[in-house]
Design a protein around this ligand. Structure first.
Ligand code: RIB
Ligand code: CA
Length: 313
């Protein structure tokens, strides 16, 4: 089976952590790079967290390059109330020994795209992608596809209409939406269809291994956050769904759409407008619509258990 070369642009982030572990555990993917960005926490922390996670997964061969510390426009935003002050649920970690690449995020992505077919999976604010367009416009046409966890068709999670990854840097998201690269957007409307509950978390905790303890340790405070906001302990697997889209082509239904991002306004800054009317049939952009939670969750458990067995041996 030909493996898909992927680079993951990320702001770990508890759900990013599950996504990264799922990716390195899946034989369909060849994770050839991780790039980090300011988002859930500052970029020095998202970079440290990427190092922690790849060390945990014994994937130290994967280069990690740091990216943007601030958004293109607007203030620096974080989500420590969701992911903890360190971005991974505030567990205690040894200092990771993995070093970071000498290149920055844009240069690493560009070099990886020069080396062969590459899928870019973006699961944080889109600042690095906008910088890639500005500094390496020739790379836009080289990328095989882009998968983005971002946006919301109906209801936001930071404001009534804005989802965090777009809200944290709407100017960057607008640059990304204006490119003709083949993009699949996975907005909140579809990511909210996949979640883990306390039973899923208890499975990880029952393994008695570092991976299981880290997963349970990160996900329990994440479940506490969701319970405080929604009254239900469902931890939404926003970012892991972006990995699933590449692992299981066709498992997520999607529609062609024109995509615009609101950057002004008093109430709608960071809103994504997915135009599914068909007026722009030539759009290379698709928007995820529905997914089977049971299939997603079964694959996630199978892959994380496989990684756990590998690490235990
Ligand atoms: O809105 C959800 C997104 O914002 C996820 O990528 C989560 O990690 C946060 O970055
Ligand atoms: Ca994220």
């Amino acid at each position: 089976m030909a493996r898909t070369r992927v680079v993951i642009d990320t702001d770990p982030g508890v759900d990013d952590a599950v996504a990264i572990l799922l990716a390195v555990a899946s034989p369909e993917l060849d994770v050839v790079g991780i790039t980090t960005v300011n988002g859930n926490v500052a970029v020095d922390l998202t970079t440290t967290n990427a190092r922690r996670l790849l060390e945990l997964a014994r994937a130290s061969h994967v280069p990690i390059a740091a990216g943007a510390a601030v958004p293109l426009g607007g203030p620096v935003e974080h989500a420590a109330q969701v992911h903890g002050n360190d971005g991974l649920g505030d567990l205690s970690w040894e200092e990771p020994s993995i070093s970071i690449d000498s290149r920055d995020a844009v240069d690493l992505i560009s070099d990886l795209a020069d080396e062969g077919p590459l899928t870019l999976i973006a699961i944080g604010p889109l600042t690095n992608l906008a910088e890639l367009v500005r500094r390496r416009p020739e790379t836009v046409a080289k990328l095989e596809r882009v998968v983005i966890m971002g946006g919301a068709s109906f209801m936001g999670n930071v404001t009534a209409v804005a989802e965090f990854n777009v809200w944290a840097d709407p100017e960057a998201a607008a640059v990304v939406a204006a490119q003709e690269w083949p993009v699949t957007w996975l907005p909140l409307d579809v990511t909210h269809q996949v979640w883990l509950d306390d039973h899923d978390i208890d499975v990880f905790g029952s393994w008695g291994t570092e991976l299981g303890d880290r997963l349970a340790g990160m996900l329990r405070p994440y479940a506490n956050f969701y319970e405080s906001v929604t009254g239900v302990r469902h931890t939404i697997m926003h970012d892991a769904l972006a990995i699933y889209e590449v692992i299981a082509p066709g498992a997520i239904s999607s529609d062609v759409a024109g995509v615009n991002v609101e950057c002004g306004g008093d109430f709608a800054r960071g809103m994504t407008i997915f135009d599914r009317r068909g007026v722009d049939r030539q759009s290379n952009h698709r928007v995820g619509a529905s997914v089977d939670r049971a299939r997603f969750t079964a694959l996630l458990h199978e892959r994380l258990a496989r990684l756990n067995d590998f690490l235990r041996d």
